[in-house]
Design a protein around this ligand. Sequence first.
Ligand SMILES: [Zn+2]
Length: 344
Amino acid sequence: MNDRLAGIKQEILNGIDQLAASRAAAFELRKQFLDSKTGKIGQLMKEMKNIAPEERAAFGKNINELKDWAQQKFSELDEKLKARELERRYESEKIDVTMPARETETGNLHPVTQIRNQLMDIFVGMGFEVAETREIENDYYNFEALNIPKDHPARDMQDTFYLSPEYLLATQTSGAQIHTMEKKKPPIKIVAAPGKVFRSDDDATHSPMFHQMEGLVVDERITMCDLKGMLELFAKKIFGEDTTTRLRPSYFPFTEPSVEVDVSCFSCGGKGCRLCKGTGWIELLGAGIVNRRVLENCGIDSEKYSGLAFGIGLDRAAMLKYGINNVKLLFESDLRVLRQINDN
Ligand SMILES: [Zn+2]
């Protein structure tokens, strides 16, 4: 009989060693031996009646001892497994605060958008309102009203993308001037954006789609002095306090007189370098006093009012400011290029 008790003891020890990998498995194992109805130790009690009466007391004592021993073993096992599970949980939840953080990518605005926002901030700061430009114009707004007659070279099929005999992709943002002057009476002070324009030009410094920002001021007694003063202030704000401007005579059909505006080279300070091709000056924009005929086309009294207008190439401004030598780089969506330009 005592052999059977020893056998059960060994079975429990083996079971603990081999089967009890989790608390659930340990619970099942415990049930096999200690369940009050089906457990192997309980079963032994039922055999009491087959034992000789004088041996019963000793047999009962041995079974109880085995039961106590087994309970003790299983509760030790449970404690051990509980501790191990806790340890495993801690291990899996452990955070190493010294580990480098996972990199999160943040985007930035396109260089042309950055320049446009900067310019708009400057002009809005000078009291300009923002007017919207259109990508599709008709012949009247893109040419006729701007004093560009039918035989003007700017109308050449090589420069303009026509959508139909009447409609075309805007070749300049100046149409916004006409739309504004038709709707508003002076005083007018607008910059036009977003300024997408199209011409069939395609080389290192020309893209078939590019961006302009157009400015228009119409009021009484507007003169070239206002234009020069305003653009000088603008140039200092965008390229630095030491920047100066100079005006060169030029020709645009919608302004008279017309000028090209150069800024002193912000790279060499005017001494001459590669950026300014040794001249010390960089061509920045075209401007002028609004042609009286353009005012009259919009029903504005050209005896009482005069205006100034300017147009700046945003792509060129972005290339100058960020040192980009090929306009294509702006529009190829190459993240290696675009990531480097973040001014905001
Ligand atoms: Zn220079």
